[in-house]
Write a protein that binds this ligand. Structure first.
Ligand code: SF4
Length: 134
């Protein structure tokens, strides 16, 4: 893995696939809550290969990659529906997680600190490719 240099022009999906050069955003604990990793790291082929066995890596970790907007089934034409749907459950806002991508996060850009309150509980379902890009 290598340090990630943030590109301010790049808007990132915080629930992306486990692929080479994705940013490792965090690791889920035993309760299913995401623990965020700082500083940001980009994963390499060795990491991808090492997580290929057992539960799908997207259920154990969260990854960030550039938001592909209309290339994703969760894009409404103007917004990412994943965070909008998650916010309907109404989780109280708490202190912001120590997240490495906030300046460029799609969900934070859309919903601000409210997105960060529900973010640790969102798990990408790779079998339905939802949430996240596909
Ligand atoms: S919603 Fe907030 S905590 Fe989650 S990835 Fe975006 S900036 Fe980080």
């Amino acid at each position: 893995m290598s340090p990630h240099g943030e590109n301010a022009a790049e808007i990132l999906c915080p629930s992306a696939r486990c692929e080479k050069d994705a940013i490792l955003l965090g690791v889920f604990d035993a309760t299913g809550r995401l623990g965020y990793i700082r500083p940001a790291l980009r994963i390499d082929d060795d990491f991808v290969a090492g997580t290929a066995e057992g539960r799908t890596p997207e259920e154990r970790f969260r990854f960030a990659q550039p938001c592909v907007e209309s290339g994703c089934r969760n894009w409404t034409g103007e917004r990412c529906s994943v965070i909008d749907d998650a916010l309907e459950f109404g989780v109280a806002t708490e202190s912001l997680p120590a997240c490495s991508i906030r300046r460029t996060c799609r969900w934070f850009a859309q919903a601000g600190p409210s997105a960060c309150a529900v973010c640790p509980l969102i798990v990408r379902n790779v079998r339905t490719a939802d949430p996240g890009t596909d």
